[in-house]
Design a protein around this ligand. Sequence first.
Ligand SMILES: [Zn+2]
Length: 260
Amino acid sequence: MSEDFKQLVNIAFFKFVKQLNDTPAKRRKYKERAISGSLKCIVCRSQEEFVGTEGLATHVFTSQEIGLRSRHLGFHKALCALMGWKSAEKPNVTWSPEKLSDVENLTLKEDLILWPPVVIIHNSTIGNKSPDQQVIISIEEFETKLREMGFGDKTKVYRGKPANQSVLVVEFAGRLSGLQEAERLHKVYAGNDHGRAELLRINQNGETVSAPVNNMENILYGYLGIAEDLDKLDFDAKRRRVVKSRKAIKDIAEASIKTQ
Ligand SMILES: [Zn+2]
């Protein structure tokens, strides 16, 4: 594969990762039909129906249709990333789904970040059934908190969805320094056991946050936004965002430092 062609495959890959993660319903459609059910190809838009995501991923990998090759291969990679499968790297070989290990899967998912970078902040009290146990945190209060923590100069804070009190989004500049700041904030939450994994655990266990809830540290959970978090943003914020590889951003930055 030439470098130019690889580049085209990558562009298509990031575009399709964004498209597949646009809504939970889209993700479900492919996940629930892994090996059965019928799916059509969104690249060549033929009427042909494929058996499950597996059949579709095979079609997009093997299709030789001229002019659609890079988009087909990009869609193949995006489907594999969604399903946690190894994607075929070399054209003209056979492909059958093989599961990524948990570590590989997590590494891949965490590499596919939203850009410009964002940190997603969850207010864990909003899930409480009784309203008197819900603690509303305003954008202004959280901005003050961010400044106290040493962030906030070049950030923008908004609600993930206007009517939803449970998600705040901290947006950073779309350059390496912005990513580094976002990662620093991500690490603050992870270091306090208030990251993505801990939030997932309390949600799964249906735990509620215990007192004192007047302390923002106890209430809030935060993590760097990845492609899977797209649906936590409203229409406009979603539209303004693309998916990028965190590793590629760092590699490019390092390479440019070396050549200086
Ligand atoms: Zn196709």
